[in-house]
Design a binder for this molecule. Structure first.
Ligand SMILES: [Fe+2]
Ligand SMILES: [Fe+2]
Length: 260
C-alpha cells in the first residue's frame, strides 16, 4: 500500500508552478490514497475552497482530508454560526473521516477550533469524544498498521519558530499508546520531520509534513511525504521541491514484528 500525505495547500497563497509539479509527481507515483492534512485554504473564502476542490478532483487517487485552522472563517459571523459550512460544502462532509485497507487503517481527527482558551486561536484541540473515537476505530479487527492523522502536530518541531499547543494532547497520547498506534500524521508548521518515540516496546512515528504548495515557507522548501507499507515494514520518504520537481531528501525505514 502506498499513501501520500500532502498538507497545508493554502489555496489563496498558492504557488501554481509547485502545484503543477505536485500533480505531475503524484500521477507518476500512483498512490492508493492521498491524505490531505488541513489548511487547504488561506482564509476559508468560498473562492479558495472552490479552487481547492478543483485541485483535489485532479488528483490520481481518492483523498482523505480534514480541516486545519486556516479552513475556519476569520472574524465574521460564519465562524460563530456555521464554522464548517464552506469546508463541508466543497471538501467533505465528514470532519473526522476514516479509511481502511487490509494493511493500513487511518483515523483522522479535526483539531481546529473556532474558539480556544488561549490567545492564539491558530492552536488546536482534541476532545474526549475524539479520543473515544480513536479507541473505537482500532478496537476489534484493526489493520496491522494503525495511523492517526490530524492537522496540529503532537510532536512539533522546535526548529521552526511556531510553537504549537494542542489542548487534550496528553489524553490523546495516552490513547495512542493504548491502541498501539504506529504513525501519527500532522501538518501545520510547514516543516517536515519524522520523530520516533517508544513506550512499552512499541514505537510510534510522528510524521509531520511541510507545506505542499503554499508560498508561506518557513525554513524548508515545499514538500510532501510518501509512505510505503508491507505487512511488517513501513518506508517513509520526505520529498521536497527542488525548483523543477519533487525529490526524496530523507527516508526512514521502520519494521515491526507481525501482529504487534
Ligand atoms: Fe498551514
Ligand atoms: Fe495550520
Amino acid at each position: 500500500v502506498k499513501i501520500a500525505q500532502i498538507s497545508d495547500l493554502h489555496f489563496g497563497s498558492l504557488n501554481p508552478v509547485v502545484a503543477e509539479a505536485l500533480l505531475r509527481r503524484l500521477r507518476a507515483d500512483k498512490p492508493d490514497l492521498i491524505v490531505v492534512s488541513g489548511d487547504l485554504t488561506q482564509s476559508a473564502r468560498e473562492s479558495e475552497f472552490i479552487a481547492a476542490r478543483a485541485f483535489l478532483s485532479q488528483l490520481p487517487a481518492p483523498t482523505l482530508s480534514f480541516p486545519g485552522n486556516h479552513d475556519l472563517p476569520g472574524m465574521d459571523a460564519a465562524r460563530l454560526f456555521n464554522p464548517w459550512g464552506r469546508y463541508r460544502r466543497h471538501i467533505a462532509a465528514d470532519l473526522n473521516p476514516e479509511w481502511r485497507s487490509q494493511l493500513v487503517q487511518i483515523k483522522a481527527l479535526n483539531s481546529a477550533r473556532r474558539i480556544l482558551p488561549h490567545w492564539n486561536w491558530a492552536n488546536g484541540a482534541v476532545s474526549r469524544r475524539q479520543c473515544a473515537d480513536v479507541a473505537a476505530a482500532f478496537s476489534g479487527r484493526a489493520a496491522p498498521w494503525r495511523i492517526v492523522a490530524l492537522h496540529h502536530p503532537l510532536a512539533p518541531s522546535r526548529e521552526v519558530h511556531l510553537p504549537v499547543t494542542v489542548f487534550g494532547r496528553d489524553a490523546l497520547l495516552a490513547e495512542l499508546r493504548r491502541q498501539r498506534v504506529d504513525l501519527v500524521l500532522a501538518g501545520h508548521q510547514h516543516h517536515a520531520k519524522v520523530e520516533a518515540r517508544e513506550s512499552d516496546g512499541h514505537v510510534t512515528l510522528f510524521v509531520n509534513a511541510g507545506t505542499a504548495t503554499s508560498t508561506r515557507l518557513r525554513d524548508q522548501p515545499n514538500g510532501f511525504n510518501l509512505m510505503h507499507f508491507t505487512p511488517t515494514e513501513a518506508r517513509i520518504e520526505l520529498l521536497r521541491f527542488d525548483g523543477g520537481d519533487f525529490a526524496v531528501f530523507e527516508a526512514f525505514a521502520h519494521s515491526k514484528p507481525s501482529g504487534s
